[in-house]
Ligand binder design. Structure first.
Ligand code: FAD
Length: 599
């Protein structure tokens, strides 16, 4: 089993050197007194708890998984106690509103903690993750009475949260959902329907579970415009933070899954369950999106975290495992063979894992700063600009980070040869636990349609232009640097090509909308590589400046420059294939008749 160690040095690099986070926090309402000392203390406290208490439950949780009975769902041994410790230490919802007991720390810092939690134990991280999303939604759309009733216990972690969207016949297409909400005459609603795949729908770690349920009112228009959002508690609140009678909601069964086995994935049945409208009638999907946007960055982060945990396991193994001699002569002549880390192909795999983890971390934390601005400067011009960046980059974060994370876990397993395939080393669990990330929170194909259709084509590439203007400004600033020339040249070319691709797809899609659908996935992947290229060029520039200024840990900065170079030489060129496939049109996927897929 890889022994997880929080990558604190790289985290500090991204926070301080790349994002100048102290300066960012110095103008952020509620965070102005956050200095490096406080930030480091929060992250290292979380790391200590996660490494020592939560990581050791990863393997046992996978083996034991969750157990359903008519009385409820039992989580694996140790989960309940670890969850209590995690919540008691205040990590459950560190960015929640202090008025309701939260610490009010910036969302970007919560993201850092969620990376560590997911890398250590992806099943475990689902429980506080879902609760955080529900808190964000109630904070943004609840009445003050709802906030007072639910938030203090949810923030303390004694009540947990869920998000109940999916039904058996509708996942992507929520416009089809059938769960009904009928006014009960006393301001509440009777909710009836069945939801499937509900993460943390039932478990034994919290005293109460607060379900956020999408349902239709009797007069609701058809489709997504007729969906409302309801709070449906498992146990009715009885005032003063206490619970009363049981509501008519029960967990009918749990799913048996390929991975995240210690996360309870529940079929939830609502039979005239008491629910309370949150937000406006028929505007539930928009309110739920508050939760889903937070959740999507978190899901991207989970992808990176699985890849990083796998990288740690693969690296330790590659330093230790002796097989064959180096092509350039023995590197460990006193041993019967060299460690496999000397072999170029093993290093190709490790470098790919390292580059994906570091590029993803930079993207997620960068998005975290935009989430800070959007939430803490609400209503201002800067918040609007940050929101536009978040909207553009969130589908890339969700899909590209989970795709590359999955590629990384596969490579990590490969580094161990046959030993990666057996359970002993835990590398196969990371592959299994990371696979769902490409499917839930909006399957990655849907993310690509969202990126290309809604975020790029719908505004003629205007938001993308704002982002590429930043890229172009970076290139102009560093154009004359001989050390950065190769990065700047490639980046400039991609920044301009990105818009050419948008123009080309737009022209073709006007005549035939399938052209956009057929190009979307390649477009998202292309966008992911270029976004990482921008971040790697910035990381290389910062590292170079540090080396020139005589920074004491020059090796770290030099390693960052080598990683950036690897990314540019070996991963960014994948955009050449993507340009070609994206430009090949829709006929090659659409011409074959449905009936002719198999004879
Ligand atoms: C472990 C787990 C946990 C989950 N947790 C939750 C939860 O907490 N709450 C919750 O509500 N749901 C949850 N889900 C459900 C999850 O979000 C859905 O499974 C997901 O959104 C996809 O929906 P679906 O499975 O119905 O697939 P479908 O919507 O049937 O899609 C099937 C395939 O078709 C593709 N597709 C569909 N429409 C289009 C289109 N227009 N163009 C191109 N491709 C398309 C999709 O990309 C996908 O690949 C969970 C699922 C799992 C497995």
């Amino acid at each position: 089993m890889p022994q997880y160690k929080a990558p604190l040095r790289d985290i500090r690099f991204v926070l301080y050197d790349l994002l100048d986070i102290e300066k960012h926090y110095s103008t952020l309402p509620g965070a102005t007194d956050l200095n490096a000392e406080l930030i480091d203390a929060t992250v290292s406290e979380a790391a200590k708890l996660i490494e020592t208490v939560i990581a050791p439950l990863n393997r046992s949780g996978d083996e034991e998984s969750c157990h359903w009975s008519a009385e409820g769902v039992r989580t694996p041994k140790g989960f309940k106690e670890a969850y209590k410790q995690y919540c008691d230490a205040g990590f459950c919802a560190i960015s929640a509103d202090p008025e309701y007991g939260g610490q009010g720390l910036p969302p970007s810092l919560q993201l850092v903690v969620s990376e560590l939690l997911s890398a250590a134990n992806n099943s475990f991280c689902m429980y506080p993750g879902l609760t955080n999303g529900a808190i964000a939604c109630i904070q943004a759309h609840g009445t003050s009475e709802q906030k007072q009733t639910y938030l203090p216990n949810m923030i303390a972690g004694t009540w947990s949260g869920t998000m109940c969207l999916t039904e058996a016949h509708c996942g992507t297409d929520l416009g089809l959902l059938r769960t009904k909400a009928v006014p009960a005459g006393d301001g509440s609603f009777n909710i009836t329907g069945e939801k499937i795949f509900i993460s943390a729908g039932e478990h034994d770690m919290a005293d109460n579970i607060v379900h956020l349920v999408l349902a239709r009112l009797p007069d609701a228009p058809a489709g997504t415009k007729g969906i409302s959002l309801f709070i449906v508690p498992k146990l009715m609140p009885a005032g003063g933070g206490k619970t009363g009678e049981r509501n008519n909601v029960k967990c009918a069964s749990i799913e048996h899954k390929m991975g995240i086995k210690a996360s309870a994935t529940c079929v939830m049945v609502f039979e005239d369950a008491k629910g309370y409208l949150i937000g406006e009638p028929h505007k539930g999907l928009r309110a739920m999106f508050t939760m889903m946007n937070v959740a999507r960055i978190g899901t991207g982060m989970q992808g990176m975290a699985q890849g990083d945990a796998s990288f740690q396991g693969a690296l330790a193994y590659a330093r230790d495992r002796l097989q064959m001699r180096s092509l350039t002569g023995p590197k460990a002549p006193d041993k019967p063979a060299d460690p496999i880390i000397v072999h170029p192909d093993v290093r190709r795999m490790l470098m790919t894992q390292k580059a994906f983890a570091e590029g993803s971390r930079a993207l997620a934390y960068y998005l975290g700063t935009h989430a800070d601005m959007t939430m803490r400067h609400a209503g201002t011009e800067v918040a609007k600009q940050s929101e536009a960046m978040l909207e553009l980059l969130t589908p890339i974060c969700k899909a590209f980070m989970t795709d590359t994370g999955f590629e990384s876990t596969n490579l990590g397993m490969q580094v161990l040869g046959g030993h990666g395939f057996i359970r002993e080393h835990g590398m196969e669990q990371l592959v299994r636990d990371g696979r769902i990330l490409q499917q839930y929170e909006g399957a990655n194909g849907i993310q690509s349609l969202d990126l290309l259709g809604r975020k790029v084509l719908a505004n003629g590439g205007a938001t993308l232009r704002v982002f590429t203007n930043q890229i172009d400004a970076f290139c102009a600033q560093h154009e004359s640097s001989p050390e950065l020339k190769s990065f700047v040249d490639a980046l400039k070319a991609h920044s301009s090509e990105w818009h050419t691709l948008v123009g080309d797809i737009l022209q073709r899609a006007i005549k035939n909308p399938d052209e956009a659908g057929a190009a979307s996935y390649d477009f998202l992947s292309y966008s992911g590589y270029v976004t990482y290229a921008f971040l790697f060029a910035r990381m290389a520039a910062v590292s170079l400046a540090k080396i020139k200024a005589g920074a004491p840990d020059a090796d770290f900065y030099q390693a960052k420059i080598y990683t950036a170079k690897f990314f540019y030489d070996r991963l960014l060129p994948r955009t050449r294939t993507l340009v070609q496939t994206m430009g090949s049109g829709s006929a090659n996927v659409m011409d074959l008749q449905d009936a002719h897929f198999a004879f």
